[in-house]
Design a protein around this ligand. Structure first.
Ligand SMILES: Nc1ncnc2c1ncn2[C@@H]1O[C@H](COP(=O)(O)OP(=O)(O)OP(=O)(O)O)[C@@H](O)[C@H]1O
Ligand SMILES: [Mg+2]
Length: 241
């Protein structure tokens, strides 16, 4: 059974008289433990898809299910809870809270879940060690490098042990060394912890870490290829189609 299933998703944005069709009858099934990369030109609907999968945005029509449970049939309060328990987000711009230290940023989702402060801090510290920045725990985001900020954001996404991680261009603001480090952290989350990842990326090198690359064009799935084992130039060629 798919852990995440979207069927015939459509989404139209209205801006005054202008209508933009961001997604058109998009269908995608993600298996548990799968690492999927979503690629496609700017404006092809990648972020819209990810935001809908994670419940940050609502689809105009279509069906969405997590663990086979139809989300359309859930109440808002139940949806919020399910999302918090099952999904972790990583964004291109890190989205850390500036007035909290790295440790506090990572501990926050646990505190929201009702974990006691002592345990939340201990688990956050452990997770900062996993991503290799335990000595930066007391730093505020503006005193962290871009790579360290994104590693903090990865720790924050992983700390609640969500089954599904949604990442929108997680290496978009990183240099190549930090990109590789973040990608290998994500890969390890899949291989060692059995997480499921759906990651939007422009970078064929990032996509090559995935199990499957799904190509979007004009809000539709137009192509699919294996990630690992497909070389970067072949990915670029498909992207250019
Ligand atoms: N809030 C919004 N209001 C109006 N139109 C929007 C909104 N968000 C996205 N769009 C439009 O929907 C389409 C898909 O946008 P989306 O952000 O999903 O693209 P993307 O594939 O993530 O692009 P990029 O690679 O540039 O991030 C675009 O044409 C965009 O202009
Ligand atoms: Mg986007």
């Amino acid at each position: 059974m798919a852990i995440l299933e979207a069927k015939d998703l459509s989404k139209t944005y209205k801006q005054g008289a202008l209508e933009v069709k961001a997604l058109t009858d998009l269908t995608l099934a993600v298996e548990a433990g799968e690492f999927i990369a979503i690629m496609g030109a700017s404006g092809s609907g990648k972020s819209t898809l990810l935001n809908i999968l994670g419940g940050l945005d609502a689809a105009g029509s279509g069906k969405l299910a997590i663990d086979g449970q139809d989300l359309g049939k859930r109440r808002d309060s139940e949806l919020t809870k399910l999302r918090r328990q099952r999904i972790g987000f990583i964004f291109q711009s890190f989205n850390l809270i500036p007035v909290l230290t790295a440790l506090e940023n990572v501990a926050l989702p646990l505190l929201i879940d009702g974990v006691k402060a002592g345990e939340a801090n201990a688990r956050a510290a452990e997770m900062l060690a996993v991503v290799g920045i335990k000595d930066r725990a007391a730093h505020f985001p503006d005193a962290l490098s871009g790579g360290e900020q994104q590693r903090t954001a990865v720790a924050r996404a992983l700390v609640t042990e969500p089954a599904i991680i949604l990442a929108d261009e997680p290496t978009g603001n990183l240099d190549s060394v930090n990109s590789e480090e973040v990608m290998s952290l994500l890969k390890r989350a899949v291989v060692e912890r059995g997480r499921t990842i759906v990651m939007v990326t422009h970078d064929p090198k990032d996509a090559a870490y995935s199990d499957r690359i799904v190509f979007l064009k004009d809000g539709r799935v137009v192509d699919e290829v294996a990630g690992v084992g497909t070389d970067v130039s072949a990915i670029m060629k498909r992207l250019a189609r």
